[in-house]
Design a protein around this ligand. Structure first.
Ligand code: IVH
Length: 674
């Protein structure tokens, strides 16, 4: 190759890689498969190794990290990086609006930019003539650390800005964070490699960004969302009048913005936004701890100015904290439906995530060892959404001398049976089976629960009472309870008793999937129960199935097949099943569409992306009813991909393999046309 063809080839590779990264990470609309991107990247790196003079600071090869540093240098911010005043109540936001109106002498509804408050780390990224020049942490707001090499590896941070007329200098500010999914995956790999796991996505982001070796940072799933501008010299962005227009310019230049930002007029609309984001919080792909409101008009922003370290024109409205410190008072061991023994932390009550928490799960013995926690320790509790509160870490410098080691029981705390831990398992189990009253209680609660036989009025407390009084020993005995037994119970009136007996009678009419689920076989959830029923059609066939036959069922692997097989070989389980059927539990036969009415018979279909017109499980059941095998990953064996919104790598892989792809509407139309 001549010098000029090499340079041309190099430029072409560079441009393609930049375009593909922008499409993938910023526009969320990939056009080439990941493998293609990787191939181009390898060619680029090879060219740079052969011709080192080609390499420029904005080369996409910087995304894989460079030489490790021995320490971080410091960088003084030209414009200080401020913090925000916090509010917690609706009144705080109203007072904020009032202060602004008073200062501006206005009575109008002010326009606010509304943004999720991302729970990561603030960074400043300076672009000089469109090229990423340096990046720094916030530090104390005046001086931060030089993390240029690390920031360059973040997948959605452009090394070069897009567009013709670029500012000569622009400092982009934003939050570096780790998406929840990436965090889960990272912790999983860390665990597998015996490395330390992170308590939450924020800690993982901080740990990843402050690596002296940028090759490590490059492997971590970090992302940036830009939310403001510091230094700004030149370009059209310098003449826009509002914060939201500035953000739009950043987006034009190739910078990623949070997809859930908006604007609102006046505090009422701001509160509506706060409420909406609060409801979305758990389903967002990234962690947030509140919402930020900023006066949108830049002219008004400068009229309002600052007080000490925070602007008067912005505030953060916080959600209740999801993490708090408290003391671990004791550990108790609970026995679950399948005998699993779970250590439960008894805590000094603490207000976290909007409720008072006094218990948290410690999961299992390995988790206790991983945390290194002792009774008496000060611990950090996390309660996110509806999940059970968890102990995330120990505050070691607050440990006192009388902290006590946690001892895992060798015998079941309820029935004294032997406790066993299979080598392949993290959990220890009571070997007592239905002899153990704890397992009995849990099995009956499960049997009566909504997704199982759905017995109205048979709550957890009542089940416990019935078992403790010795009135029932297994689910079948529920159907032999009588009025006299029930009314004799403490605090149980005639009316409740009659209602319960009616509910028990009504619950006898069920479906085979619900019945199979209600049995409480290990690892057999609702979906597996459904697949079993659709596959075998009768209870008898499920009972008689051998492991080979069970593995044939959709989503049933060796382990689940083993659990089902063992369950059905246990005489006491079969006795309970027979007693249930004798008590009158029935279900309608499963009707299978004849093969000619199953357009997807023998076909493997994959679902990806967000479906807006139906839930994922609904789509899956529809496909299964039409004969499809629904699989989780795209391979050469896939016959069809149904891609909802924001479909990512599965969509690119399917197009690489030339697999037929439908959007959600095509699927909905197909169903409607049947
Ligand atoms: S604006 C003067 N916007 O919150 C404006 N900050 O408490 C200061 N943060 O250090 C920042 N999401 O790390 C802004 N959409 C957002 C934000 C955000 C998260 C963080 C940021 C900052 C802290 C201030």
């Amino acid at each position: 190759m001549t010098d000029s063809t090499i340079v041309a080839k190099y430029q072409e590779l560079k441009t393609s890689l930049e375009t593909f990264a922008h499409q993938y990470y910023v526009l969320d609309a990939p056009t080439v498969p990941d493998a293609q991107y990787d191939r181009l990247m390898r060619s680029l790196i090879k060219l740079e190794q052969q011709y080192p003079s080609l390499k420029t600071p904005d080369s996409p090869s910087q995304k894989v990290g460079g030489k490790p540093l021995s320490k971080f240098e410091t960088i003084a911010h030209e414009i200080p990086m401020l913090s925000l005043d916090n509010g917690f109540e609706d009144e705080d936001l109203k007072a904020f609006e009032q202060r602004i109106n008073d200062r501006l002498n206005s009575a109008e509804n002010i326009e606010f930019a509304c943004e999720p408050k991302l729970d990561g780390l603030a960074v400043s990224i300076l672009y000089v003539d469109g090229i990423l020049f340096q990046a720094a942490t916030r530090g104390d707001g005046q001086i931060g650390e030089n993390i240029t090499e690390n920031v360059k590896t973040i997948a959605n941070v452009p090394l070069r800005l897009r567009g013709e007329e670029l500012p000569s200098r622009i400092e982009v500010r934003g939050e570096v964070f780790m998406p929840k999914e990436g965090f889960e995956r990272l912790n999983q790999t860390q665990k597998e490699q015996g490395a330390k796991t992170f308590a939450n996505p924020r800690n993982a982001a901080a740990g990843s960004l402050r690596q002296l070796d940028s090759k490590i940072t490059a492997k971590r799933p970090l992302r940036l969302y830009a939310y403001s501008v510091g230094v700004l010299e030149g370009g059209p962005i310098a003449s826009v009048k509002t914060h939201s227009e500035r953000l739009a310019c950043l987006k034009e230049m190739g910078l990623p913005l949070c997809p859930d930002i908006s604007t609102a007029k006046g505090s009422e609309q701001c509160l509506a936004y706060f409420k909406k984001i609060g409801e979305m919080r758990n389903s967002l792909s990234y962690d947030i701890d509140g919402v930020v409101f900023k006066v949108d008009d830049l002219g008004l922003q400068s009229r309002l100015g600052f007080v000490s370290k925070a602007p008067r024109w912005a505030m953060a409205q916080k959600f209740p904290a999801q993490e708090e410190m408290t003391r671990l008072l004791a550990v108790e061991f609970q026995v679950g439906r399948t005998g699993a023994i779970t250590p439960v932390a008894r805590l000094e009550p603490v207000f976290v995530g909007g409720v008072t928490v006094s218990n948290a799960t410690l999961h299992n013995q390995d988790e206790i060892a991983r945390l290194g926690v002792k009774v008496g320790d000060t611990v950090v509790i996390r309660r996110a959404g509806d999940v059970i509160p968890q102990v995330v870490s120990v505050v070691e410098n607050l440990r006192t001398n009388d902290a006590q080691e946690i001892v895992f029981p060798k015998a079941c705390p309820v029935c004294d049976s032997h406790v066993e831990r299979q080598q392949s398992e993290a959990v220890a189990r009571c070997t007592g089976g239905l002899v153990c009253s704890a397992q009995r209680k849990e099995a009956i609660k499960h049997f009566a629960s909504r997704k199982a036989l759905d017995i109205d009025g048979l709550g957890d407390k009542l089940v416990e009472q019935l078992v403790e009084e010795g009135l029932i020993h297994n689910p079948a005995e529920l159907f032999h309870l009588n009025l006299a037994q029930l009314t004799a119970l403490d605090r149980f009136g005639d009316k409740s008793a009659v209602n319960l007996l009616r509910a028990l009678d009504a619950a006898k009419q069920t479906t085979l999937p619900k019945f199979l689920y209600a049995l409480g076989i290990r690892e057999v959830g609702e979906a597996t129960a459904r697949n079993l029923a659709l596959h075998f059609l009768t209870l008898d066939a499920v009972i008689k199935a051998d492991k080979e036959a069970l593995i044939e069922v959709q989503d049933v692997g060796e382990i689940v097949a083993h659990h089902i097989y063992e369950f059905m070989r246990e005489p006491s389980n079969i006795a309970i099943i027979n007693a249930l059927v004798d008590a009158g539990i029935t279900w309608p036969d499963i009707e299978v569409a004849p093969i000619e009415e199953q357009p997807f018979a023998g076909k493997t279909v994959v679902l990806t992306g967000t479906l807006s017109q139906m839930g994922r499980s609904e789509a899956k059941s529809k496909l299964q009813e039409l004969g499809a095998k629904v699989s989780g990953s795209v391979s050469a064996k896939t016959d069809l991909l149904i891609a909802g919104e924001k479909a990512g790598s599965k969509l690119s892989k399917a197009s690489e393999l030339g697999i037929e792809t439908w959007d959600e509407q095509a699927f909905v139309d197909f169903l409607a046309a049947r």
